[in-house]
Design a protein around this ligand. Structure first.
Ligand code: BG6
Length: 493
């Protein structure tokens, strides 16, 4: 056990949607790691709720299987797994059936020292009814927490309906809206880098930064995921993950790391985003959909071919590029280029801060012109930070300038495993720390910016531009940045 692990209070974590994909792939493996590291022990309970008729033993087996499938073999220890799954119990309950709640009432412990959280890993249509039952049955406590995650609506209106239903029962300080990008180590590192060092903040503005790029590229496809076609990349990735990243780059320094201090600053950024409406939608946004092609050496089919028959002809975008602007003193005139897509050449997420050129070069006679500095924060894979600097190429032969990266690779610098986002977030819920969760007003401000883009696309007669799987999206996304005299940062270039 690492000395830095601070154990949390024992808890009852009730997971609705207990047998679903999110629970299996993300929640159970994340909880396993926290258990294996000693952050909680057998005094805590994970109570699964779903419609399937399972026994406690079945659910414990389900948990054990999830660990063996999704946790690295080196981290799997038989005795730890056995102790871990003993924390799991199960209640078969159709949440829309009023009579099915008695077992849950029995399972929950009343000791106020036991933290209580409800994780709603179910369709958002069930959030309202579940909260209502929790309220009626008295499972609710002033210190109980409810955890929800996207899709929190399809637009501002539907998101407000969902939030209204939750807030009928839970106060805002009890609601934990997950954006798992905020739990990623490098994303938190952005805060450490900006506000834990003197170096960057004085030059973190329009006078020194030319533009910012945020890329979240995935090599996987999307068409076989039922939910995706109703969502598309704009709702699936931009409205939440990408806009949160943008906020962390652009926000003013908060006065403290208090959850609301930080979220107040993010909200100001969201409210400062220049609306993209009318003709500007086609000027500042690009949407694409992948055709067949080759990714990682293997051939893959088109998005259309992956879709079931009743969805064929779908105009859902699998790629988005946007030129965004934050209209305030700090960022006036600094574009934020966002791009995300499925079936791109590789899985890579990064934030690139491109600084301005030096004001005057004294190296006219040197080989190699000074290139503007660049800070690259790599979220995945190979998490780390690179600062590209100009140096003198060593050796004789006159002044030759060369660009080299100062490279902080997490894998090389830290021997520990990089924790998954959910590990941090699930424990923050128990600690009662909302810093890395979205507040309602943030979510709604993000929808306010997204909705006009979505509407313009929906009303447009044209379809998304196609791109060959395994390329960096439609050519229009290259034009989006190149007509401003800039280029997308690719890999270590
Ligand atoms: C999810 C999206 O929120 O994030 C998925 O719904 C996407 O479509 C995923 O694949 C990406 O997350 P990560 O952590 O793998 O970058």
């Amino acid at each position: 056990m690492s000395a830095r692990i601070i154990p949390v209070q024992p808890f009852d974590y009730v997971v609705f949607g207990a047998t679903g994909d999110l629970t299996r792939r993300k929640l159970i493996p994340a909880l396993y790691h926290r258990f294996a590291d000693g952050q909680f022990d057998e005094r805590s309970r994970i109570i699964g709720v779903s419609r399937s008729e399972l026994s406690d033993a079945d659910f414990q087996k389900f948990a054990g299987d999830a660990v063996s499938e999704f946790v690295d073999k080196v981290d799997q220890h038989k005795d730890v797994i056995a102790r871990f799954v003993s924390c799991f119990s199960y209640i078969a309950n159709d949440v829309t059936d009023k009579d099915g709640w008695a077992d849950l009432e029995k399972a929950l412990r009343t000791d106020p020292e036991i933290e209580r959280a409800f994780y709603l890993a179910v369709a958002p249509g069930l959030f309202g009814p579940i909260c209502e039952y929790l309220d009626n049955k008295g499972y609710w406590r002033r210190d109980a927490r409810v955890v929800v995650e996207k899709p929190l609506g399809q637009d501002l209106e539907s998101s407000m309906e969902i939030n209204d239903a939750i807030s009928e029962v839970f106060a805002e300080d009890q609601v934990y809206r997950i954006d798992h990008y905020l739990g990623k180590e490098t994303v938190q590192n952005l805060l450490a880098l900006r506000f834990g060092n003197i170096l960057f903040e004085p030059i973190w503005d329009a006078a020194h930064i030319d533009h910012v790029q945020i890329t979240v590229a995935e090599d996987v496809g999307a068409g076989t995921r039922g939910y995706y076609d109703d969502s598309g990349a704009l709702r699936d990735m931009v409205q939440n993950h990408m806009m949160q990243l943008l906020c962390l780059v652009a926000m003013e320094p908060p006065a403290s790391d208090d959850a609301n201090a930080l979220r107040d600053e993010k909200l100001k950024v969201l409210r400062s985003l220049k609306p993209i409406t009318g003709d500007n939608v086609s000027k500042f946004t690009v949407r694409g959909q992948y055709k067949g092609g080759a990714v990682n050496g293997g051939s893959v089919t088109s998005y259309q071919d992956e879709l079931p028959d009743d969805k064929k002809g779908s105009k859902t975008e699998t790629f988005v590029a946007i030129k965004a602007e934050v209209e305030n003193w700090r960022w006036s005139g600094v574009p934020f280029y966002l791009r995300t897509g499925k079936r791109l050449p590789s899985r890579v997420s990064e934030i690139v801060i491109q600084f301005r050129a030096i004001p005057h070069s004294i190296f006219d006679h040197a080989e190699g012109a000074p290139k503007p500095n660049k800070l690259v924060l790599r979220l995945q894979p190979d998490e780390g930070v690179k600062l590209f600097l100009m140096i003198k190429d060593p050796g004789p032969g006159g002044m030759r300038l060369r660009e080299v990266p100062l490279n902080l690779s997490f894998a090389e610098t830290f021997s520990e495993r990089t924790p998954e986002a959910y590990e941090r977030l699930l424990m923050d819920v128990i600690r009662g720390n909302q810093t890395l969760f979205m507040r309602r007003d943030e979510l709604e401000a993000a929808w306010r910016w997204i909705d006009p883009i979505r509407q313009a696309w929906d009303n447009a007669s044209d379809a998304p531009q196609t791109y060959t799987a395994g390329t960096w999206g439609p050519t229009a996304s290259v034009a989006l940045i190149e007509r401003d005299g800039r280029t997308w940062h690719e890999g270590d270039a």
